[in-house]
Each structure stands twice: as structure tokens, then as C-alpha cells.
Design a protein around this ligand. Structure first.
Ligand SMILES: *Cc1c(COP(=O)(O)O)cnc(C)c1O
Length: 563
């Protein structure tokens, strides 16, 4: 065991690395240190880095209690339970520690190692930072416990451990860091530690930092009162410099990351434009998100791709020839993925879903802008549509424990399910996670996404769907603006970003598109024009999965941000 540890460590220090800092990471369902898209992206990026043999190490926190396990009562009330899991089963504690100071106390941090093995056998490591050590007082032991738990003070402490602790642990392990990549602003404190390491030479420190922003609304950016920050943090830099870097009013982590990075990017072209408006004066690039093809492809489709597009996992560009896969075989793979999912849903709920009925999937974090209830805006219309051609809907998604609006959304979906009972089969699945996301994004027929524009920075679940020939039906925001060709790769809902119409009118258009395309384009094609449907499935693979994968994304990061 000890030998194994040492050889792993050799791997960690053998060449300069990209150090990827992320508050959450979704590598596999057994490691519950993620809450949603941001974490899944981090996991997928890490897996692609391993496949592509990019010298890369990820740094995150070890959440002993995870995010939370979601229980839903009969009326859709969310109850949260701490996740029970055993880190020892998946991670190896390293015989090293580092420390940070919080409110004058020394807080010890121990890293745990997780190894991601790429397709060619290359390894990439993830360091999970843990403060739950007997040397720390109880309060400090809990810092790394919950992902996004607690109040501003708790969050601040976590960000100190992640940013400052992360930078220190890499240094003490002897990792030569070529670039520090901040996946969202949570880790931006690392730049202050870096400043110290570079004798406060701003340019030297900036040269080493890359920042990816993910949030298209000002309120979504992490910020702290200076009073709180100065009470809790050790004085890493002088107060005047801190204010210069983080903003006058409060300590804004996004601003810090912007000011301290030599390369900044948004996660889709549209998101870059929105971010430029929000942060005028900064140069912002666009690297559109992707998903890890191999992770998000159902076994039945994997088999097909292995047969017709060998080495697609190393080179998802090979999807460009998806047209050579015979339709019958695609349909068989589809049938298998769908059948498995329907069995799964029927086991979990009493919805009685049917295998030959068009199935719409809607699964994502339950929060206001995602608009889970948008499709229920006109129940009479929905019932009319279902009378002509049947369809069923599967929902899933957790609300953040303090997002009361998000919790209300789930209760409303439950009310709508009751109202439509006997007319349209609808299920809301408990505890959305990676395993469930795999089932839903491969087993549905149509993947619906109707967020409020321009709130969806990118969105990635639709890309997972595309890898399995599930057709996207989405609002024109985020990645879909770059992927949609109407009636070819999927369908658009509502106006594009360049149409000058007011919010109310846009919403009306979105609703009209949602209902009329469902009624006149999607349902008739599914039931009556199977060949056209198959062609769109094929297009999803050859035009969407071809591009919207993390292999393409990571190659761009290497070329534009890391080199
Ligand atoms: C992919 C994924 C998400 C992100 O989905 P979006 O549609 O981008 O919001 C969230 N949660 C889980 C578990 C996922 O697998």
C-alpha cells in the first residue's frame, strides 16, 4: 500500500501540471461531492484530461457528508439528509498535511488522493482536501463536511481551505504548477497565496492563472463582507491591495479571479457576451462546455459506436460518420436504453410509464430560472395535445436547502402531476444524481430545457442526451444556440437573443413554441414518421455529440488557456 502511494506521488511531481481548482467535482455516483452542472463539468474535464494525457491535477474539498440526499414527501416537500459514504473505499489519505489560519487558529488540512485512469492508461489525480482531523477543533473539523452548506462564514472558510490550502498543499507535495485553473470564483483565494509566493509581483502571479466564469447573473457571484473576511482570514495581502483586487464594497471572488487571471473565459459564446456586459473592461473568451462522451453514452450505444466508429472514445470527432450505423440498430439501442429507464421509473414510482409512449425528460437543479413548471402554464392545452398523441414526462432535481423558491417549485410540479392524473403520466424522481442522470439522458425520447434567458450559461445535460440520440427541445440560450438547427438537430423554443422583443412577448412566444411544436412537429413525427425521427437521432450524434464533448473542450483549454 505504502509503495503504491509513493509511486502515485511520483506521477504527481514528474512534470509541470495544470492545477484545476473546483469547489465541487462529480466523478462517479459513489463520490457525492457535487451538486450539479459545475461539478459534473469538473469531473468530465478531469476524465478528458486523463484520456488526452494532459498533465493535470484537480483540487477540491472532501465533503464527508456530501451535498445531501433528497427525500420527497407525497406532496413534494423536500427533506434533506446528510449523505453517508466511506471515502476510504475510493480515496487514499496521503501522509502529508498543510495548514491555513482561520480566525487566528491553525487549521490542519490533509489531502486524499483519487486516481482517474484515462483510456490509454494515463493517470490524472484529484486531491480532496479534508479538515476533519483530530488536531482541529470541532468547528474546524466540519469545514469540509458539507458542499455548499451553512452560511457566508462557513462558505468563506471553505474557500480559504480550497484556495489557500490547495495552493499550499501542491507546493508542499512538490507539484510544479504550470497554470492554476479556477473553475468558478470559489477558489480565487489561491491567487492571494500565489501573490505571496511571487513576492507580490502581480504580473508573475497573473501569468499563472486561468479563470472560467459560469454565472450569468451578478447576484450569483460569491462575495463577502470585508469585516467578515478580515476577521476570519489571515492577512495574506495588505488591506488596500485586497480592496483593489476584490472590489470596493465587498470582497467579490469573481472580481478577484478576473483581476488575477491572464486568461478568462465564459462557457458558451452567448455567455461570453453576457459576461462582458457584466464585467466591462475585461477581455473574456469563450470555450463552450462539453460532456465526457464515454461516461454519458449508454452501454447499448457504446456497443454500436465500438462496432461502427472504433476509437470514438479517444476521438469523438468520429461521430461525424454516425450515418453509417444502420437505423434498425440505432432503434434497438434506443429501445434498450428506454426500456431500462422505464422499468427503473416504474420501480421507483407508481407512474406506470409505458414503453411505446413518447417520453419527455426534464432533470436539473430545481431553481427558479430553470422553470420546471413552464410546461404546465396551460393545463387545458396540454391535455388537448395529449388527447391526439400521448406523451409522458419524467422530472428530477434537487433544490438547494436554502433555496425556498426551488423547493416551492418541486411542490408545484407535484400539484400539477395530481391535476393531470389520468390524463398525462408524469413522475418526479427523488434524489437526482449521476446514476439517474445517465438513465434519463439516455432513456427519454425528448430532452426538454426551458430556462429563463440568458440564465443558462451553457447547460450540459442536453449534450448527454445527444450522445444517446435523444432529441433536444430547448430555449435558445447557452450551448443550444450553438447546436440547434431547427428540425435537423432538434427544436428551438422561443426567440433568439438578437430579436428585440420584451420579456412578456418572449415568454408568450416560448410557450406557443413549446405547445405547438410538441403538437404539430414532435409528436406526429415520433408516431407517424419514424424515418425522419431516426434521421434526427443520427444528426444528434453526428452534429452535436461530435462537437459538444469535453475532449474538444479540453483541447481548446490546452491551446488557448494553458499553453
Ligand atoms: C449533467 C448534470 C447536471 C447539469 O444539467 P444541466 O442541464 O446542465 O443543468 C446536473 N446534475 C446532474 C446530476 C447531472 O448529471
Amino acid at each position: 500500500m505504502a509503495d503504491k502511494k509513493i509511486s502515485e506521488l511520483k506521477n504527481l511531481v514528474n512534470e509541470p501540471k495544470i492545477a484545476y481548482f473546483t469547489m465541487e467535482i462529480g466523478l462517479r455516483e459513489e463520490i457525492p461531492t457535487y451538486s450539479g452542472g459545475l461539478g459534473i463539468l469538473a469531473g468530465d474535464a478531469t476524465k478528458s484530461a486523463a484520456d488526452l494525457e494532459i498533465p493535470f491535477v484537480a483540487v477540491t474539498l472532501l465533503n464527508h457528508k456530501g451535498y445531501f440526499t433528497q427525500e420527497l414527501t407525497r406532496d413534494g416537500r423536500q427533506i434533506e439528509h446528510p449523505v453517508k459514504w466511506n471515502p476510504k473505499k475510493y480515496l487514499t489519505p496521503l501522509p502529508f498535511t498543510t495548514e491555513v489560519h482561520i480566525r487566528g487558529r491553525r487549521v490542519l488540512i490533509k489531502p486524499w488522493l483519487y486516481t482517474v485512469r484515462g483510456a490509454s492508461g494515463a493517470k490524472v489525480h484529484v486531491l480532496f482536501l479534508d479538515t476533519d482531523l483530530p488536531e482541529n477543533i470541532l468547528k474546524d473539523r466540519q469545514i469540509s463536511n458539507f458542499l455548499y452548506g451553512g452560511d457566508a462564514k462557513y462558505r468563506l472558510k471553505q474557500e480559504i481551505v480550497l484556495g489557500v490550502g490547495g495552493a499550499r498543499i501542491l507546493k508542499s507535495l512538490g507539484v510544479d504548477v504550470k497554470k492554476y485553473h479556477m473553475n468558478e470564483g470559489h477558489a480565487a483565494f489561491l491567487t492571494l497565496e500565489l501573490l505571496r509566493m511571487h513576492n507580490f509581483n502581480l504580473e508573475e502571479a497573473r501569468k499563472k492563472c486561468v479563470f472560467t466564469t459560469h454565472t450569468p447573473v451578478a447576484a450569483g457571484h460569491d462575495h463577502f463582507d470585508y469585516a467578515l473576511a478580515e476577521e476570519q482570514m489571515e492577512p495574506l495581502v495588505a488591506p488596500e491591495l485586497l480592496r483593489k483586487l476584490c472590489g470596493k464594497e465587498n470582497l467579490n471572488m469573481t472580481r478577484l479571479a478576473f483581476n488575477m487571471s491572464s486568461y478568462v473565459n465564459g462557457v458558451a459564446k452567448r455567455h461570453k457576451q453576457i459576461s462582458e456586459k457584466m464585467f466591462p473592461g475585461y477581455e473574456i473568451h469563450a470555450i463552450t462546455n462539453g460532456v465526457h462522451s464515454s461516461t454519458w453514452t449508454h452501454p447499448s450505444f457504446r456497443k454500436l459506436y465500438n462496432k461502427y466508429l472504433p476509437s470514438w472514445e479517444a476521438e469523438p470527432e468520429l461521430f461525424i460518420r454516425a450515418a453509417i450505423i444502420p437505423n434498425e440498430e440505432i432503434w434497438k439501442a434506443r429501445d434498450k436504453a428506454k426500456s431500462e429507464m422505464i422499468d427503473y421509473v416504474n420501480k421507483k414510482t407508481k407512474a406506470g410509464m409505458e414503453k411505446n409512449v413518447l417520453t419527455i425528460g426534464f432533470a436539473r437543479r430545481a431553481t427558479a430560472y430553470k422553470r420546471h413548471n413552464f410546461i404546465f402554464s396551460d393545463l387545458e392545452r396540454l391535455k388537448e395535445i395529449a388527447k391526439i398523441h400521448p406523451f409522458q414526462i419524467i422530472f428530477a432535481g434537487k433544490a438547494h436547502p436554502r433555496d425556498l423558491g426551488g423547493k416551492q417549485i418541486i411542490r408545484e410540479v407535484f400539484k400539477n402531476i395530481k391535476k393531470l392524473k389520468g390524463k398525462i403520466k408524469i413522475a418526479y424522481l427523488e434524489n437526482y444524481d449521476i446514476e439517474m442522470a445517465k438513465k434519463l439522458t439516455s432513456g427519454c425520447d425528448v430532452w426538454l430545457n426551458n430556462p429563463e434567458r440568458p440564465m443558462e450559461a451553457s447547460g450540459t445535460s442536453g449534450m448527454k442526451a445527444a450522445h444517446n440520440g435523444v432529441l433536444n427541445f430547448s430555449v435558445l440560450d447557452g450551448w443550444w444556440l450553438e447546436g440547434f438547427v431547427e428540425g435537423v438537430t432538434g427544436w428551438a423554443i422561443g426567440p433568439g437573443p438578437n430579436e428585440k422583443i420584451n420579456l412578456a412577448k418572449a415568454k408568450k412566444r416560448e410557450l406557443e413554441d413549446l405547445y405547438s411544436k410538441l403538437e404539430y412537429a414532435i409528436l406526429p413525427m415520433y408516431y407517424d414518421r419514424r424515418d425522419d425521427w431516426m434521421e434526427m437521432m443520427e444528426n444528434s450524434i453526428s452534429k452535436l455529440a461530435y462537437y459538444f464533448n469535453t475532449h474538444r473542450m479540453m483541447r481548446r483549454y490546452v491551446l488557448y488557456a494553458y499553453l
